[in-house]
Write a protein that binds this ligand. Structure first.
Ligand code: SF4
Length: 219
């Protein structure tokens, strides 16, 4: 009976096919993972889609092919998304690659991914990092955004996209990665306590008030 269960990481689609999502922290993909994805897509007939959240989706897999693909991806060390958790931040390229950048972004993106990506949280928390206020990674329109300025990162809270998009509120500045990690962990805890499935951070802010939320998450 157990062998008929859909394994974690294999997502049934409405059209009867299966999908797999591969995380790409900082929007980067290791060459050996890319090789594995290319080979699997070619051999098993999958479509490869680059998502707006800087992940790679393999689409149009049959169930058997999906299970085979999961095994091959795991063997290649590909970080397949298998649970509802905070997931990877969306990160712009930052210093030294962008001439407008005021901050380097990959190390903060790595820190947040390494420290916080597997924290289980009922609703989704979207996190983004940008190297300057241009916010190319939409760090001003996510639940928790870090926006590079000369003296560190501005922290923005409660933004979101959707049919009625909203810009987050600036709640302060940080200068270390550790502070960013503490804020994200505290936010996940608060979020899990205060909201139901499918709710979003801006509703928590409306309910508690921005000052109370800041008091509960600031390091
Ligand atoms: S947000 Fe700033 S640093 Fe990042 S890619 Fe855009 S312009 Fe460059």
């Amino acid at each position: 009976m157990a062998e008929n269960l859909t394994p974690p990481g294999l997502m049934p689609q409405k059209n009867g096919t299966y999908a797999i999502t591969i995380e790409c922290p900082n929007g980067l993909v290791a060459p050996h993972v890319l090789d594995a994805i290319t080979g699997i897509a070619r051999d098993l007939g999958a479509i490869v889609h680059l998502t707006t959240a800087q992940k790679i989706m393999m689409l149009d897999l049959g169930e058997a092919e999906g299970k085979q693909a999961l095994t091959l991806l795991d063997a290649a060390g590909a970080p397949v998304r298998k649970a509802r958790d905070i997931s990877q931040p969306r990160v712009c390229v930052g210093r030294p690659y962008c001439s407008f950048a005021l901050q380097e972004t990959f190390s903060l993106g790595n820190h947040l991914y390494r420290e916080c990506a597997r924290i289980p949280t009922p609703p989704r928390i979207k996190v983004a990092v940008s190297g300057c206020p241009a916010c190319c990674s939409r760090s001003n329109c996510v639940d928790l955004g870090f926006v590079g300025v000369k003296s560190g990162f501005i922290v923005m809270l409660g933004g979101h996209g959707g049919a009625r998009p909203a810009v987050g509120e600036e709640i302060g500045r940080i200068s270390t990665h550790e502070e960013a990690g503490v804020i994200l962990r505290n936010l996940a805890e608060l979020f899990s306590c205060e909201v139901k499935m499918k709710s979003r951070m801006d509703r928590v802010i409306r309910k508690l008030g921005i000052e109370e939320v800041k008091k509960r998450i600031w390091p």
